[in-house]
Design a protein around this ligand. Structure first.
Ligand code: NCD
Length: 338
């Protein structure tokens, strides 16, 4: 693996599978009475958040703490960034604190890349979402969730709501059909998922109104459709994207009602999915817009499970970037070699 995680496109199939397999090991820690490993004791992880976040931020914090790292949470609001301090000066401050890893979310696409290549800091950089560009750990937790539900047993068909990663025959998502629906234009989640799902062998279809698809989407390794109803029956998972009003500077669709009618997932549409198929959402959800409350609260919707899986996946990423080569889950460690 590389020293930084900036883009899902940087991950080879082996890298991605190593992260997903390591995350399965980490998930076992969550079932223990004491959910903590000594692996990153003495290391410092800084969460550098220039943009609002609930799930990503708390799950990176929980992940670093479960690995016993020291965690510094930095949010731009209430810091010297509101006084006009630059990314460079902020980064130099973090370096002076001895940050071993910087987890960064920024409204500007490319900010994590700048941090990783600037020489301002020596630690690993993890992209927690940059503008409309990428969100690689979200794609990894989505793949982890899909693998748990859909991988393995290709003959008998995938099973829904199983506890483990299938029977081990499906380490990747080869041949699975994933439909990603909605505001692709503004979605770093969609972009990272298209890269990673392609690497893992899945077949991706994007569904959106033409106004919410990025220029050049025809060069992406996926299909594009404007008609949600025509793809549902062939989907193993359908991922609903939030309509990102805060990034919209124009009218991209006539009315919210019209959008929901054509591109929203309601109970009738959900019934058109194959029995084993799951409904995903990265959160936060606009209930009544891209997804109805009935679908969001149904047992086919994995939104809450995705959040839980996010902790295991982020533990795996931090461990692999910082932890080195020793096993994460050694049962027989002595005090000296912990
Ligand atoms: C996403 C994000 O911030 O990119 N959310 C998340 O990380 N769970 C998607 C979104 O904001 O709609």
């Amino acid at each position: 693996m590389k020293r930084h995680l900036i883009s899902a496109a940087d991950l080879t199939r082996d890298d991605a599978l190593l992260i997903l397999d390591t995350a399965e090991e980490m998930a076992r820690v969550a079932n223990r009475p004491i959910k903590k490993l000594p692996t990153l004791r003495g290391r410092t992880v800084v969460n550098l958040f220039f943009e609002d976040s609930t799930r990503t931020r708390i799950s990176f914090e929980a992940a670093a703490k479960r690995l016993s790292a020291d965690v510094i949470n930095f949010s731009a609001k209430g810091s010297s960034v509101s006084k006009g301090e630059s990314l460079k000066d902020t980064a130099l401050t973090l370096e002076a604190m001895g940050a071993d890893a910087v987890v960064i979310r920024h409204h500007a696409s490319g900010a994590p890349h700048r941090l990783a290549t600037s020489g301002w800091i020596n630690g690993s950089v993890v992209n927690a979402g940059d503008g409309t560009h990428e969100h690689p750990t979200q794609a990894l937790l989505d793949a982890f969730t899909m693998r748990r539900h859909l991988a393995g047993a290709p003959d008998g068909g995938p099973t829904r709501h199983q506890d483990g990663p299938g029977d081990g025959t499906g380490r990747d998502l080869a041949g699975r059909r994933i439909t990603i629906v909605g505001d692709v234009l503004h979605s770093r989640v969609a972009r990272s998922n298209v890269h990673l799902l392609g690497t893992l062998g899945a077949h991706v279809t994007l569904v959106a109104p033409p106004t919410l698809l990025p220029i050049g989407v025809e060069t992406w390794p996926c299909d594009v459709s404007y008609d949600l109803d025509s793809v549902l029956a062939k989907s193993d998972a359908v991922m609903m994207l939030r309509v990102q009003n805060e990034r919209m500077n124009a009218a991209f669709f006539p009315t919210e009602r019209e959008y929901a009618r054509r591109y929203g997932l309601d109970a009738t549409r959900m019934a058109a999915l194959p029995e084993h198929a799951i409904v995903m959402h990265p959160g936060p959800m606009n209930r009544g817009m891209e997804i109805t409350a009935e679908v969001a609260d149904s047992d086919r919707c994995t939104a809450v499970e995705q959040v839980g899986n996010g902790v295991s996946v982020r533990m795996a990423v931090l461990y692999l970037l910082l932890g080195g080569n020793e096993p994460a889950l050694s049962e027989n460690r002595t005090e000296e070699n912990k």
